[in-house]
Design a protein around this ligand. Structure first.
Ligand code: ADE
Length: 251
């Protein structure tokens, strides 16, 4: 028996790839967002775009929970790589999430989520293992979908899958100085984005298993504002469809 699975995408390009795998899907409009309902690999899927930033992503997730009551939630998008060896084209499966711009000190420790007694929220371990397996399978196939010039331009010859801490804040990190400061402050962080930890918090509140998977579009450095749109345009759309199809077939 299939499950009800929410899939939040960060990008139009990714969502288009996913919807193409869900024939007969239809949209429902709520809170200014389109929620697409369809079937994939025998599961009921609700697909929606997150919106950009923590508030937009949290609102999307709360509406999903209230209207569709998914049994699990997967987020796919892109992120800036900040960990050593996390390169453009690699995939990061988030096993824990932290808001790097959360600061209620001195009332609470730096990064602590007020009311939660901790700064990091964990992904569901079973979903992490599943997404790692799906990402490993997809990544072996992905570079072959791109023409050699695009592969060379982005250095996508042997992309890798990493698993670990994703950090989130309402800021596009676009200087080497800032990504270096984040790396120094939060040593274990692999990548930075603008939504994952917010979605993780809402999933935690509703008790729904969650995992975010992020493809590295840039290195969150002085080149990020150039690499990011080029990656979205030329590469990102190839990534999530196949990975999600594989993941849902393994559930
Ligand atoms: N998403 C993709 N690249 C990013 C960056 N450099 N900073 C924040 N979010 C991102």
């Amino acid at each position: 028996m299939g499950q009800t699975i929410a899939i939040i995408s960060a990008l139009h390009e990714e969502q288009a790839g996913l919807l193409a795998l869900m024939p007969g899907q239809r949209p429902e409009r709520l809170a200014g967002r389109e929620f697409w309902r369809g079937q994939l690999q025998g599961h009921e899927v609700i697909a929606v775009l997150s919106g950009i930033g923590k508030v937009a992503a949290a609102t999307t997730t709360a509406v999903l929970m209230e209207r569709f009551a998914p049994q699990l939630l997967i987020f796919t998008g892109v992120a800036g790589g900040i960990g050593d060896g996390v390169s453009v084209g690699d995939i990061v499966v988030g096993s824990s999430y932290l808001q790097h711009d959360m600061d209620a000190s001195p009332l609470f420790a730096r990064h602590e989520l007020p009311g939660y007694g901790r700064s990091r929220l964990l992904a569901d371990p079973r979903l992490v293992a599943l997404m790692q397996q799906a990402a490993e399978q997809a990544i072996a196939w992905l570079p072959r979908q791109l023409d050699p010039a695009t592969r060379a331009a982005f250095g996508l010859q042997v992309p890798r899958v990493h698993c670990g801490n994703l950090i989130t804040g309402d800021r596009f990190v676009a200087t080497a100085a800032e990504s270096c400061a984040l790396r120094t402050e939060l040593g274990s962080a692999l990548a930075v984005d603008m939504e994952s930890a917010a979605v993780a918090q809402v999933c935690h509140d509703y008790g729904v298993p969650f995992c975010a998977v992020r493809t590295i579009s840039d290195r969150a450095d002085d080149q990020a504002h150039v690499d990011f749109p080029a990656f979205l345009h030329q590469v990102a759309r190839h990534y999530s469809g196949r990975m999600l199809e594989t993941a849902l077939s393994l559930l």
